[in-house]
Design a protein around this ligand. Sequence first.
Ligand code: GLN
Length: 195
Amino acid sequence: MQNYRHLTIGVLALQGAVSEHCQQIEQLGATAKIVKNPSDLTALDGLVLPGGESTAIGKLMRTVGLLEAIQQFAQQGKGLFGTCAGMILLAKQIEGGEPAHLGVMDICVQRNAFGRQIDSFQTDLAVKGLEKPFPAVFIRAPYISTIENSRVEVLAEFEGNVVLAKQGKVLACSFHPELTNDARIMQYFLEMILS
Ligand code: GLN
């Protein structure tokens, strides 16, 4: 395995699943840092936007000045990895006309896209670049309904809907890779930062 010791990855810790991401980052040998304020972004190589409730996280991001700070962070070519609610935060558009948040990825997302009856489920997902399927846990998950730019690369689909994609150093994922022992998606993100 690559040596990731020199990488420092932040995890946005305003609301949602934070500690599991930190554990996966450290498991891969990189350093994890909690991010609550714009000054916490200094010296980071990448930032994880965790799952939770996108409306709540978006509101808190605006309150503490992290919305503009993360947009600038992305413009500097740093890595961003959004999972579930984090994918919604990255999107340029949200179905239904709800205002977008960071808008750093040329995608339109549908929130709670898999219906209320099947709130959460797990499936073995084929992912481009991974040898074996990934155990993907979906919880009130969004999916990417439209891709608005050819620079967006689809990495996985579930029943014809895009659930994992990247654009430059930005990675968006519908499911929760931090809720399994499998750190391959996080490793994929670290490799993206290094490439
Ligand atoms: N349904 C949530 C939202 O729309 C996302 C759910 C999650 O992150 N597990 O923000």
